[in-house]
Design a protein around this ligand. Sequence first.
Ligand code: SF4
Ligand code: SF4
Length: 410
Amino acid sequence: MPELENLKKVWDNVFSCMGCGECGFAVNPNAEIYLTCPVKEALGDAAFEIHFSRGRMSVLKSILKGAIPLSKELAEFVYQCTECGNCTETCHQCDENVVLKISEWIDHNNVWNALRKDLVQAGHAPLEKHATLIELMNNPEMKNPYGEEKSKKYAWADGFSNIKEKGEFAIFGGCTMPLRQAETLKNMMKIFQAAGKDIAMSKDEWCCGSIAMRIGDYKAVEEEVKHNIELYKSMGAKTVFSPCAGCYRTLKKDYPEIIGEELPFEVKHITEVLAEMIKNNEIAFKEAEAETLKVTYHDPCHLGRHMDLYEEPREIISKIPGIELVEMKRNRKNAWCCGAGGGVKSQFPELSLDISKERVREAIETGARVFLTSCPFCVGNLRDAVNQMSSEVQDKIEVVDIIDFIALKI
Ligand code: SF4
Ligand code: SF4
């Protein structure tokens, strides 16, 4: 394998960085930007330049020039990045009097991913916890990074007569929701049942491979990708939907890139499915309660910045009677990450929680009682943060998946 194989492919991105530092310090209310890098902010005084984009780009320039080598020490810093993509948004909005327009060429997550791939290829990664997750994901008895028996992933589906083995409209449940938030899937079925909708589900779905891809180990997912595509083809699926933002991004964006062609089915996120159902009058909501309920919505990075899916969840919320959506100061393209992505939650759990607590504080500032989102990783990490915060915080706000919220309102 040639050295720096992947970084050499993105050298133009790296050298397009002007070193202005907006990716670390930007506060620009006119552009609705209030700081950029959640990792840099959470680390506070312990943050070095390499913890945010400018410093990392600078190190990469030296690596590409051959001045410094890849190393295990470097990997320890590199994996302290949630790959939230907020640096891209800020960088691309830089004032052209400060940064030349070429910064718009930079796809930061692509660069971070190339670096991670090269670290893996050179044997400096995966880090310890990541290696364990990948091992579990590839274990034939499990095929999920939680190390649970294969069959456990489908226990939630028992008793639903509208779940079929084959069909055009199929679920990719992922690992996190069935194994950690199964109630949400049952609530999803309650919504489908009320609408008279059948879904297809296989009991041989393997992990989508997201965890290994974010870590940069693409060799580890070759079998998963092939297996899952063949599986849904054999089920006759025309639309594959996922309630997980990570699976959605992986199936819709990474799978076609890996196989070099379009998938034989369309991929949707559950919020797209639910928004369509509402438009088609397939979901009948209860009447509004006497008092309006304020809610806020957190954009998962894998839905928003990674996939440009911002409006469907908001359309859903706007159609629920008696609900007022109040946006957080940082929303949509500048949304603050929940801290769970990029493998940070497993390898650096404290850092991940510190980021999450900041997002919880921001949600509370809106005065909302319900903190909605649409990704099991965000739900899990934001709940972990709330549970670690004061009882006053716990009384003020509740983290709820948008699926559970709809189920309560029908
Ligand atoms: S904002 Fe963009 S150009 Fe400026 S330092 Fe960050 S990555 Fe480089
Ligand atoms: S992707 Fe997010 S966490 Fe990583 S450097 Fe950019 S802003 Fe920071």
